[in-house]
Design a protein around this ligand. Structure first.
Ligand code: FAD
Length: 395
């Protein structure tokens, strides 16, 4: 009977990234996945690497910054190994945090309205109509006024954040390929029901079809982590609906954004975040609008009215999107935890580890999670202090 050094439960971005790192440490790895790799939250995610966001809890900030800094190297390795692009974009984020809210991250920079117009013309709403309405009887020609855009009026001053974003679906495909190339074993279509123990230590897993044995087991089962016996690692599903739009016309004939020269596939260049909606452009011309945050159990259905609301909110911030059509919509389940911080480290059962609960940031936090967890599992000192993320905080 084959024995592995480590069994990873769940082939999302966390499990796959960890599998690669463990191979770097010359450990044999089996990933057990109940469906197909990277088909759940990882497939549904937007892919923002939002380490400059003021909503990041202070305790998570060093982790977020470390992971964001690791991204170019992480992606470079996966792309070279797999031969697949992950569409890592380094253009930056334009963010509106609402009046009275400012980012505290040292890298955040406030933008003037002129800078905003130059960086992202799609967000600027020209106001000549407004001026003629205000002064319908003016006899002398009116000067051309530039007034703040609707986005600025609605959501406070704009900020530039030097953040990256990635295409999580492409990342998931590339990670899976890279893992297979690096001799990670997979058992797909196998749901882990229970972690097996002997003399109080984890020694394998039981699935619906078989049992597999290993010296250590890691629960990377995302929103489903709590279902695996014998410990309830306390994750919960937090539903997010999202919509993808594409230009109605081919990129070469797509409308030109006034005074910008930007066409079709570059309708919007930056990630744009407002309190109500975020917009994520991909290099192939797709534009994602997201996302809801819902407590809806394991329900992954989309609601047409919610999808329309997301689209309308996107149009409001970037009216250029009126020349797009809805291409696709989906919902995914983020792995939330009781305090919405990750759950990382060894559990109460020796040799049984958890790496889950990454909530809204699992794509961003994957490289640092993989490095730190691989170090912990192989008996090294993790480069980040994992103590604040221990599952013992819920005991
Ligand atoms: C709409 C939306 C937008 C998001 N946007 C972003 C973003 O912009 N940036 C960001 O950083 N994060 C974002 N996230 C969050 C991110 O997607 C998650 O934090 C991340 O994908 C979690 O990865 P994971 O590997 O833990 O979970 P998952 O990707 O869900 O993977 C868990 C895997 O475990 C498998 N599994 C579960 N139970 C079992 C079992 N018993 N046996 C075997 N296999 C099992 C599942 O099938 C699944 O493949 C978003 C999420 C959503 C839903």
């Amino acid at each position: 009977m084959k024995n592995w050094d480590v069994i990873i439960i769940g082939a999302g971005v966390i499990g796959l990234s960890l599998a690669l790192r463990l191979r770097d440490e010359h450990r044999s790895v089996l990933v057990v996945e109940k469906h197909e790799p990277a088909g759940e939250a990882t497939h549904a995610a937007g892919g923002m690497i939002a380490n400059c966001d003021p909503h990041t809890p202070a305790i998570l900030q060093p982790f977020a910054d470390a992971s964001a800094a690791l991204y170019p190297e992480f992606v470079h390795e996966i792309e070279s190994e797999s031969g697949e692009s992950t569409d890592l974009r380094d253009v930056g984020t334009i963010a509106f945090f609402g009046r009275g809210n400012s980012p505290t991250h040292a890298a955040a920079r406030k933008l003037s309205v002129d800078e905003l117009r130059t960086l992202e013309p799609a967000l600027a709403v020209e106001t000549e109509i407004l001026i003629t309405c205000l002064y319908p009887d003016a006899e002398t020609p009116l000067p051309v006024f530039k007034v703040p855009s609707v986005a600025v009026e609605m959501h406070g001053p704009p900020w530039f954040l030097p953040e990256r974003c990635v295409d999580p679906r492409a990342l998931g495909r590339a990670l899976t390929k890279a893992c297979k190339k690096r001799a990670v074993d997979f058992a797909t279509g196998s749901e882990v029901l229970e972690v097996l123990t002997a003399a109080g230590r984890a020694m394998g897993v039981r699935t619906s079809h078989a049992t597999y044995h290993a010296a250590a087991v890691v629960n990377c089962a995302g929103a489903w982590a709590a279902k695996i016996l014998p410990l309830a690692i306390p994750t919960r599903p937090v539903k997010g609906q999202m919509v993808c739009v594409v230009p109605q016309t081919s990129p070469s004939s797509a409308p030109r954004i006034p005074s910008s020269g930007i066409r079709g596939s570059e309708m919007i260049r930056h990630v744009v975040r407002t309190p109500g909606i975020y917009i994520i452009p991909r290099s192939d011309g797709r534009i994602l609008l997201g996302a809801t945050v819902e407590d809806a159990g394991f329900d992954k259905r989309t609601d047409p009215r919610t999808i329309q609301r997301l689209y309308q909110a996107g149009l409001h911030v970037a009216p250029i999107l009126s020349s797009t059509r809805i291409h696709d919509a989906w919902a995914g389940l983020r792995p939330g935890s009781p305090d919405n911080l990750p759950i990382l480290g060894e559990t109460a059962i020796p040799a049984y580890f958890a790496a889950t609960g990454h909530y809204r940031d699992g794509i961003m936090l994957a490289p640092a999670t993989a490095d730190a967890m691989a170090q912990l599992i192989t008996g090294q000192q993790p480069f980040l202090d994992l103590a604040p993320f221990s599952s013992s905080r819920f005991a």
